[in-house]
Design a protein around this ligand. Structure first.
Ligand code: ATP
Ligand code: FE
Length: 335
């Protein structure tokens, strides 16, 4: 089975080709224009998708070494995401499926961040059902109980900002460019995580909150900068390491609670923030420390990509869960 997958939910235009659960090509056209604005500008994102989608799909097919008429189905991101961005991928996928007279498959982007673990890759094991997925990305922070490919329950989520926003907004306070998450990760490697202790928010149950942390960091920086205008410059690595440290503590506190309440100790992380080296290391250490079985995705399947859309497409194809061609893009969507 050959699946062509298209992802255009935010600012990256991506296409991939899968042969069953193996990725033959995985192409991403990044939009750097947003860096100048300190965040994604929806109108610019949509326009860039329109320019990129045809060449990106062509490159994906070429790299996979197949032609359009060999495709079994077209999968695409229906949501969640930016409406103008989603529309480009949705209309392209619909037209292509209709022209080729093959099935169309709508995919939930957050479902894809989780099922990315089922892409067959040497050296990467697949979780067994049921498992817990911690999805941490630019727009979401969720703990999901995954009972099967298509039975997923959100058991905890953020009540305000997502983890990715906590990283990006903290970076902005430090004067770092957008998206700041990867830069904090980089700088944190040289810093002392215990130097500036931030406090954890108190949130009941398995839910998260990150907006208080952002304010805490803002006041902390303002106070110290007032006393010493070079405070950020002189302590950048320690500040980044301390921010990353508290974020990891918040995530781990809830994961431990999720494991004890569900009795499930298989944990898979996913989403853009799962690229973070500190989070990855903490999850690796949790295997010996807590006896968990942890699953960390291959780096290229963490931030937005189309291969993850393709693997959901493949599993939907096997169960003939196809989508009618009058389907519409959805900015918000449930599992
Ligand atoms: P969603 O998946 O919720 O719709 P999105 O698709 O915009 O949101 P992703 O591409 O999944 O988001 O993730 C992007 C986020 O990941 C950004 O906030 C970015 O800063 C963060 N991120 C990427 N790499 C790292 C890293 N190494 N450390 C911390 N954060 C990171
Ligand atoms: Fe994403």
């Amino acid at each position: 089975i050959y699946i062509l997958a298209i992802e255009s939910s935010c600012d990256d235009t991506a296409a991939a080709v899968l042969k069953d659960n193996v990725v033959l090509s995985n192409v991403v056209a990044r939009q750097h224009i947003h860096e100048e604005y300190g965040g994604v500008v929806p109108e610019l994102a949509s326009r860039a998708h329109q320019q990129n989608i045809v060449p990106v799909v062509d490159v994906a097919l070429k790299k996979a070494g197949i032609t359009r008429d060999q495709l079994s189905a077209v999968a695409f991101t229906q949501g969640p995401g930016l409406m103008g961005s989603l529309l480009v991928g949705t209309s392209f996928a619909k037209s292509l499926a209709m022209a080729l007279q093959i099935p169309l498959i709508a995919v939930n982007h957050m479902h894809a961040h989780i099922l990315a673990h089922f892409i067959k890759e040497e050296g990467f094991a697949m979780p067994e059902f049921p498992f817990l997925a911690l999805t941490i990305s630019g727009g979401h922070t969720q703990i999901v109980k995954v009972n099967s490919f298509f039975d997923l329950e959100i058991i905890g989520e953020t009540t305000d900002d997502a983890v990715g926003e906590a990283f990006d907004k903290s970076a902005k306070i430090l004067g770092l460019p957008y998206p700041g998450g990867p830069l904090i990760d980089q700088l944190a490697k040289e810093g002392n995580p215990k130097r500036f202790p931030f406090t954890r928010p108190k949130v009941d149950g398995l839910d998260f909150s990150f907006s208080g942390l952002k304010t805490q960091i803002l006041y902390f920086i303002q106070k110290n900068q007032a006393a010493n205008p070079n405070f950020i410059e002189e302590n950048k690595a320690d500040i980044c390491a301390s921010i990353q440290h508290i974020i990891i503590e918040i995530l781990m506190e809830k994961l431990k609670l999720a494991v004890s309440t569900t009795g499930i100790n298989q944990i898979a992380i996913g989403g853009g923030v799962s690229a973070n080296s500190g989070i990855r290391q903490t999850l690796v250490d949790a295997q010996s420390k807590y006896g968990w079985k942890t699953f960390i995705p291959k780096f290229e399947y963490t931030t937005d990509n189309a291969a993850m859309i393709g693997i959901v497409g493949y599993h939907r194809y096997l169960e003939e869960r196809f989508t009618a061609t009058d389907v519409v893009a959805k900015a918000r969507i449930e599992f």
